[in-house]
Design a protein around this ligand. Structure first.
Ligand code: FE2
Ligand code: FE2
Length: 163
């Protein structure tokens, strides 16, 4: 069952990978994002790789279509959920490797890009708190891969996985 789910997700994963090879291929709608972020959150957002911003925008818009009453904090968290990745920008081969290694395995790598992939929810939350972001936004970013009982974080996790 798990294998079947992985195989069905493979074409989307490969499309995402092809889109992510160079930053120049990305054109995120930053003006739309700006309308949903505080000044501190915006500073963190613009530090993100354009490909991660574009991904975050797709997640945010899909979430908003599925859940038009999403809270402003959930929407901001969707825009910022991968912001922790900016602490260690990927080289091309690392981006490919990070896309192929499951997150739960990536956190066992002690250093480098895969470590960042494994730790980025926690790193992102720290970055946001240091920038003065809304606490709930930082909390949702922290939980976006392991939402537990948090229904808003679960919604973000779900739409991130569909992307
Ligand atoms: Fe993530
Ligand atoms: Fe993501």
């Amino acid at each position: 069952m798990v294998l079947l789910r992985k195989l069905t997700g493979l074409p989307a994963k490969l499309r995402r990978l092809a889109r992510s090879l160079t930053a120049a291929q990305a054109s995120p709608d930053d003006a739309w994002a700006a309308g949903h972020l505080t000044a501190g959150e915006w500073r963190v957002y613009v530090g993100m790789d354009p490909r991660d911003r574009e991904h975050a925008l797709r997640v945010s818009r899909a979430l908003l279509v599925a859940c038009p009453t999403a809270s402003p904090e959930l929407l901001a968290a969707a825009l910022l959920h991968d912001c922790g990745k900016q602490l260690r920008p990927y080289r091309v081969w690392e981006r490919v490797a990070a896309g192929l290694v499951p997150g739960r395995l990536a956190c066992h790598f002690p250093v480098g890009a895969l470590w960042v992939r494994g730790q980025h929810p926690e790193l992102g939350a720290r970055l946001l708190r240091a920038a003065g972001a809304r606490e709930r936004v930082a909390e949702l970013v922290f939980r976006h891969h392991a939402p537990g009982e948090d229904t808003e974080a679960a919604l973000l996790h779900h739409h991130d996985n569909l992307e």
